[in-house]
Design a protein around this ligand. Structure first.
Ligand code: HPA
Length: 275
């Protein structure tokens, strides 16, 4: 058994000693979506710090816990706060919570994040559905001995973001008159924001949005055969696209402003995909 799997199983047993809740949908809440939890009929909350050697986020605004509960009768587990590679965790620790949620029963993974807009037709406050991603600027979470219990050595990445889930998101956005962009998200490690030259490079490569999370989570979830979808909240136009310098506070404020639509869309999509 690999060390990665052993650690995962220890965390799994720790959670199972506390709750036997079986989620159908796993949701990762990005910056600004934290109070999405209001939409959940909460059954059980489990702070990450209560789970043995589980990685605990150090970013302001990312206080971490699992929330188990129901949205419109659909059992969900929500990650309020995620861990990022730039905090200094190993990449296998960064994706451990995703793997854990799959082991707990979640077949569907709904990823959300705050991102910078790279596409020049985007505006701060837009929401963007992920159609694909670029992972080459972040370490691959599957590097190391393959964890055979979780998935295959060389997973196919042709359809990471599930076509059917994408259609559900598009339909929910249309029904609720929520303007939705679509595009390719690139993960860089951070924690520094990108330089204007890096943003020009990303645009040339076909990126529409950039952030510091999500892609490694999608790779780990895809390895385990989860159905994945994702939505970015475009909190700012990326470096060099406006005259203003970027700050975490600005990102947080923009995420808070976009939060009502973001929460509405995520709730409506979960209701549809859980059916
Ligand atoms: N770059 C990277 N990550 C981000 C940004 C950005 O401009 N905005 C929010 N998260």
């Amino acid at each position: 058994m690999t060390q990665v799997y052993e650690k995962l199983m220890r965390c799994y047993e720790c959670v199972r000693n506390r709750t036997d809740f079986v989620p159908k949908v796993a949701i990762v809440l990005g910056s600004g979506l934290g109070d999405f939890a209001e939409r959940i009929q909460v059954e059980y909350e489990l702070p990450y710090s209560d789970i043995g050697t589980f990685p605990v986020s150090t970013v302001p605004g990312h206080a971490g816990k699992f929330i188990f509960g129901n949205i419109d009768g659909i059992p969900v587990v929500c990650m309020k706060g995620r861990v990022h590679y730039y905090e200094g965790y190993s990449i296998s620790d960064v994706v451990l919570p995703i793997r854990l949620m799959k082991l707990l029963g979640a077949e569907i993974l709904f990823l959300t994040n705050a991102a910078g807009g790279v596409n020049s037709s985007f505006h701060a406050g837009d929401l963007m559905m992920l159609r694909d991603h670029i992972s080459v600027f972040a370490p691959n979470p599957l590097i190391g001995p393959n964890v055979e219990e979780l998935g295959t050595r060389f997973p196919d990445m042709s359809n990471v973001y599930d076509e059917e889930l994408q259609n559900i998101i598009l339909q929910a956005a249309k029904e609720h008159h929520i303007y939705l962009q679509q595009g390719v998200y690139a993960q860089l490690t951070g924690p520094s924001f990108e330089s204007p030259a890096e943003i020009r490079m990303l645009r040339t490569l076909g990126c529409d949005a950039v952030g510091m999370s999500t892609v490694v989570e999608a790779i780990a979830a895809n390895h385990m055969g989860m159905k994945i979808c994702g939505i970015s909240c475009i909190c700012n136009l990326a470096a060099g696209m406006t005259a203003r310098p970027l700050s975490h506070e600005e990102v947080q404020q923009a995420a808070d402003m976009a939060a009502p639509n973001f929460k509405k869309l995520v709730t409506e999509v979960v209701k549809k995909i859980g059916k």
